[in-house]
Design a protein around this ligand. Structure first.
Ligand code: PEP
Length: 252
C-alpha cells in the first residue's frame, strides 16, 4: 500500500510573523516538488495567517500546534479548529509530549481534541511516546498502546484513516538522541498492528505513522527508508530552511 510521505516541521514557540515570511521565501527556493512527499509547516499561532497567505499558492500544507475542543466561547488563551481553518490549516498537532508534560494534558483531553479536529475536517497528528524510564524498563509497547486506546476512544474507522500518528520517544525529543532506525521501525510496526486489531487492516495500511525525535539531515534517510515509517515530525532541525529542505530531500 502506497502511503504518501509526510515531513512536518514543528516550530514550537519560535519565529515572529516576519521571520515566518522570510523562512517560507527561503524554503520555497530550496524545495523540489515531488508529489509523493507532502511537506507541512506548523508555525506558532501568530504566524499562521501570514504563512497561510504565502503557502496558499503552493503545495506546502499548514497546521496548528494545538487546538481547543470547543469551537468558540470563553476559553481565554485558546484557539479553535475554525480559527485554524480560517488561516488555511489542514492539520493540527494533538497531544505533543510538551503539551502532555509541561501543560498537564491527559488522554481524556487529548481524546476530546481529536474528536474536535476530526469534526472540523482537520487531520490530527496524534503524538505518542514513552519516557526514558519506561524505555529502560521495557514498557514501550504497554505505554504506547495505552495512549492509543485512550486517545482514540470512540473514533470510528472512517475517521481514524484521517488521523496521522507520530511516534515520538520523549527521551529523543530535543535531546540529540535518536531512536535507531530498527528501534523506531519496530515500535511503529507495533502501532500499525494495534491499529489493525482496533480497526481493520485497511485502516492500518492507509494510516500514516511518523517518527519524531531529533531527526536531522544526517539521520533522516536511514529512518525514512524503513517500511513502516511514513515520514517525520521534526522540531529543532525544521527551524532552518536548509536543514529542513535537506530532510525533505532525504525522504526521496
Ligand atoms: C518535536 O518537537 O516533535 C521534535 C521531534 O523535536 P526535535 O526534532 O527537536 O527532537
Amino acid at each position: 500500500m502506497d502511503r504518501r510521505t509526510l515531513i512536518a516541521g514543528n516550530w514550537k514557540m519560535n519565529k515572529t510573523p516576519a521571520e515566518t515570511e522570510s523562512y517560507i521565501k527561503s524554503f520555497m527556493k530550496l524545495l523540489h516538488n515531488d508529489s509523493r512527499i507532502e511537506v507541512l509547516l506548523l508555525p506558532p499561532f501568530t504566524g499562521l495567517e501570514r504563512a497561510g497567505k504565502l503557502l496558499s499558492e503552493t503545495t506546502i500544507a499548514l497546521g496548528g500546534q494545538d487546538l481547543h475542543f470547543e469551537t468558540g466561547g470563553a476559553f481565554t488563551g485558546e484557539i479553535s479548529s475554525e480559527m485554524l481553518k480560517a488561516c488555511g490549516c489542514s492539520y493540527v498537532l494533538v497531544g505533543h509530549s510538551e503539551r502532555r508534560a509541561l501543560f498537564e494534558e491527559g488522554d481524556r483531553l487529548i481524546n476530546r481534541k481529536l474528536h474536535a479536529a476530526l469534526a472540523a475536517g482537520l487531520h490530527p497528528i496524534l503524538c505518542v511516546g514513552e519516557t526514558l524510564e519506561e524505555h529502560r524498563q521495557g514498557q514501550v509497547e504497554e505505554r504506547i498502546t495505552s495512549q492509543l486506546g485512550a486517545d482514540l476512544a470512540q473514533i470510528k474507522a472512517a475517521e481514524a484513516s484521517l488521523v496521522v500518528i507520530a511516534y515520538e520517544p520523549i527521551w529523543a525529543i530535543g535531546t540529540g538522541e535518536t531512536a535507531t532506525p530498527m528501534g523506531a521501525q519496530g515500535t511503529i510496526h507495533v502501532i500499525r498492528e494495534w491499529i489493525a486489531a482496533a480497526y481493520d487492516q485497511n485502516v492500518a495500511e492507509t494510516m500514516r505513522i511518523l517518527y519524531g525525535g531529533s531527526v536531522k539531515p544526517e539521520n533522516a534517510a536511514s529512518l525514512l527508508h524503513q517500511p513502516d515509517i511514513d515520514g517525520a515530525l521534526v522540531g529543532g532541525a525544521s527551524l532552518f530552511p536548509d536543514s529542513f529542505a535537506q530532510i525533505v530531500a532525504a525522504s526521496h
